[in-house]
Design a protein around this ligand. Sequence first.
Ligand code: GLN
Length: 236
Amino acid sequence: MPQTGLNGNENRRRKIGILEVQGAFQEHKVALMKAKKCLHTTPELEVMEVRHPDHLVSDMDGLIIPGGESTTISLFLKRNNMEEPLRNWIQTKGHVVWGTCAGMILLSRFTENQKDGGQPTLGMLDTVVSRNFFGRQVHSFEAQVTVRSPSLAGNSKMGTSDSNCHGVFIRAPAVLKTTSSDVQVLAVLERPEQKDVIVAVQQGDVMATAFHPELTDDLRWHSYFLTMIEKVKEQR
Ligand code: GLN
């Protein structure tokens, strides 16, 4: 039976863009499709590449900024005159964004450990992020991430029943500080006798993870992102 709703948006396919400069375009796409299947309720998805200001169409519902090298990605955005269009697109009501790793750095308002000469960010999250927080020598590691948000606790709909998740960290950043109470901590890395390290946050319709859920079988982050999009639709 066709679903009906107050605003008639329910049946329209959801368009999700992935900024395709570097990083895991295909892995994110596959995970989104799998997460959609798990959730059942989400309408059909169209996943599109975003590489040009014209790709930032207003009827795109969500955007993923994948990992890579934040300096390279910001240079790409600058060269292609995408910085302002991207900021505008993100700030338009109803648009949902998720940055992974370098994407987290780009979304943050403040960055420490920047490359010499500084690097512009999009400034969409009230956070201070440290680039390469875990040190240059630790290029990559895997660790258990403690999920703080009940909405992200594992359940069969999200393809996992674990309450905590497996995190793949690749020259990863971390959030040193949140500078607004609007920022919600979604997940941390617990360290014995030290302060927990914040590795996933959300502020309104913007989410960021320091790790790479697209490189694991844990679909909860992609499911959650799709749920954020549906929530925004309900509110409109
Ligand atoms: N530390 C990298 C940077 O500065 C990010 C690494 C990643 O996205 N895997 O952009």
